[in-house]
Design a protein around this ligand. Structure first.
Ligand code: SF4
Ligand code: MG
Length: 326
């Protein structure tokens, strides 16, 4: 099977005054060319830290990617590259969009200039070509009157239009992988659907892969082919979108699916699983979901479950499916 990117034993810890937070704690997964992979879980489960680790944008200190972690892309381990090489990959091979467009758009520069800048950095273009390409990208993402908008500053656009401009910038260099961290969470439902549709369209046209980070399972069902579910820094379940929705195995995934409102209108915040996520400074000794799990057994309190392979691209980390510990 062809893999575009493979993450192996990723551990990203934060060394705070209060103690060590294992935000991402031994995560393994891969992304295939052209697929959309959903990364699902409550806030604080490690999904955003996983994505910033891939781009090596974890603030250090207090964050640190531990020895033994690997992020393989194009025959190289991104974690072993000099920063100068990594800079060529960011925004070019792998780009990222965020919930809040102003995280990547600079308020004091015109939109067209910001997109041109990315192009000038990564592609062999002169200024006029970059400017023309920027306008073309704005048009491609469905911004009306792109020539005019290219001369605007970000604040003069609506939230949805800013999100489109950020996508135009992220897609300008035709990345192989677009990492989208809660890209539609701040938008209203209609605009949300339009942005997802746009991302899908661009993905299909360019054969890029998307890693879509979200807490919204409705978004996953509409957009993703495969899903990984994270809980307290670990992947607890993985599968194709159909089996995850039809036949969830991990008690946490089962809980997540129950928390989807029957009419998919409001943004569900996944609040209906009883209990709260564990304090990362004081993780449970055994399974990290044990304090909230209605299926917990004695072994769950003392031992950490390992990943069990259930089938092709189908895994779960739970003692209900194996007695193996790690
Ligand atoms: Fe629940 Fe035990 Fe499975 Fe953890 S390992 S999810 S506590 S049954
Ligand atoms: Mg996040």
């Amino acid at each position: 099977m062809e893999k575009l990117l493979e993450v192996k034993n990723l551990r990203t810890y934060f060394y705070t005054e209060d103690g060590v937070i294992p935000a991402v704690d031994g995560v393994d997964f891969y992304i295939k060319p052209g697929e959309t992979l959903g990364v699902v879980g409550e806030s604080g489960c490690g999904k955003s830290v996983t994505s910033t680790s891939i781009l090596r944008l974890v603030p250090n200190p207090p964050g640190k990617i531990l020895e033994g972690s690997q992020i393989n892309y194009g025959g190289k381990d991104l974690l072993a590259l000099p920063e100068s090489e990594m800079r060529k990959i960011r925004g070019n091979d792998i780009s990222m969009i965020f919930q809040e467009p102003m995280t990547s758009l600079n308020p004091v520069f015109r939109i067209g200039d910001q997109i041109s800048e990315v192009l000038l950095l990564h592609q062999e273009m002169n200024k006029a070509q970059a400017k023309a390409k920027a306008v073309e990208m704005l048009k491609l993402v469905g911004i009306p009157r792109p020539e005019k908008v290219a001369d605007d500053f970000p604040h003069s656009l609506s939230g949805g239009m800013r999100q489109r401009a950020m996508i135009a910038m992220a897609m300008a260099c035709s990345p192989k992988l677009l990492i989208a961290d809660e890209p539609t969470t701040a938008l209203d439902v209609t605009i949300q659907a339009q942005i997802l549709e746009l991302m899908n369209k661009l993905k299909n046209e360019t054969n890029a892969s998307i890693m879509l980070i979200t807490h919204n399972l409705g978004v996953v069902a509409e957009t993703c082919q495969r899903v990984i579910v994270m809980y307290a820094g670990k992947i607890v379940e993985e599968g194709d979108v159909y089996s995850i929705f039809e036949d969830p195995k991990h008690p946490y995934t089962v809980g997540l699916l129950k928390s989807i409102p029957s009419v998919e209108v409001r943004q569900n915040k996944l609040e209906s699983i009883p209990g709260i996520v564990p304090n990362p400074l004081n993780m449970p000794k055994g399974c990290r979901f044990e304090p909230r799990c209605s299926k917990a057994m004695d072994i769950c309190r003392t031992n950490q479950p390992k990943i069990s392979v259930l089938g092709d691209e189908r895994t779960v980390r739970c003692f209900l499916y194996s007695q193996e510990t790690e």
